[in-house]
Every structure is written in structure tokens, then in C-alpha cells.
Write a protein of this length. Structure first.
Length: 161
């Protein structure tokens, strides 16, 4: 005894397109690359020693924080050069004291120690690199569309559309 579908008529093309849409939506929801591409901010440490900053130049990203940690015996500062897009001044840091600053603008920012003007450093702040919403998601969408078309063709070849 054979059974035939007696429900509403659905063409093979619309069924395949519906199946493809389900695959596309599922791939976008489940794909790790579909998650937020916002990078978490990092914290970086610059050691202040007697007459040096280590590292002297540090490269970070917008949104990152730099902590200056005075490990020297003398008081030191981390003071930005006047006239830059970003300015900060740690004030005098005694041995063991720290100062932190979060950079919100991209650029190249020089700083110095007020009592030791030959003691200089540099913070290079990179703009965030926009990430493509996800090559994996794009590949998944393409594969889902291909499978949907293949399913539609197979159904038509077997008389279902």
C-alpha cells in the first residue's frame, strides 16, 4: 500500500528555497565568526626604572590601557608631550606607585619624565582593524545555497516539481 501526501501542495522549488534559508539562518547563528568581532581591551605595563622606560616604545590598540609602574628608587612621571591629540600626566610616582591611562584615539604619542627630560617613551596606538563578518559564515551561506539548488534539481528530476 502506498501513501501519498494529502496536505497542502508545496513545490520542490519553494521547499528547496525554504530548506536553504533554514541552513543559512542556522549557519549564521551557530558560526563562531558570526559572533561579535569586537576585540577585548588589553592592559599593558611599562616599567619605569631609574632613567628609563621599558619598553621605551609600546604598540597597542585603541581601547587598551597602559600601566606605568615605577620600580626605580627615584620619583618619576609619565607625562605626554604638549600639543598631542591625547594628553596625560601621572604626577610624581614614588617607588612602587603606578599610573594607568586608557587610549581612545589612534596615533603616535610621546611622553617623558619631568624630573629627567632625557627619559622618553612612545605609545603607538593602532586603530581597530574591521573584521570581515566571517569568511566561515560566507562559505557556509554559499554551501547552503548550493545544497538548496542541488536539492531543488534532484526533486525536479524525480518528478516533485
Amino acid at each position: 500500500m502506498s501513501h501519498r501526501w494529502s496536505g497542502p501542495s508545496v513545490s520542490a522549488g519553494s521547499a528547496a528555497r525554504g530548506f536553504a534559508m533554514v541552513l543559512i539562518v542556522a549557519s549564521l547563528v551557530l558560526s563562531p565568526s558570526a559572533a561579535s568581532s569586537v576585540r577585548a581591551a588589553h592592559t599593558w605595563t611599562v616599567t619605569i626604572g631609574d632613567n628609563y622606560y621599558q619598553p621605551q616604545t609600546i604598540t597597542i590598540n585603541v581601547g587598551d590601557t597602559v600601566i606605568w609602574n615605577n620600580t626605580g628608587a627615584s620619583a618619576h612621571t609619565a607625562t605626554s608631550i604638549i600639543g598631542q591629540a591625547v594628553s596625560w600626566d601621572s604626577g610624581y610616582l614614588q617607588a612602587g606607585q603606578i599610573f594607568n591611562f586608557t587610549f581612545t584615539v589612534a596615533g603616535n604619542f610621546s611622553y617623558y619624565c619631568q624630573p629627567h627630560p632625557d627619559m622618553t617613551g612612545n605609545v603607538v596606538v593602532q586603530a581597530p582593524v574591521p573584521e570581515f563578518p566571517g569568511l566561515l559564515a560566507l562559505a557556509t551561506v554559499g554551501a547552503a545555497a548550493f545544497l538548496g539548488l542541488a536539492l531543488e534539481r534532484a526533486l525536479r528530476l524525480h518528478g516533485f516539481g
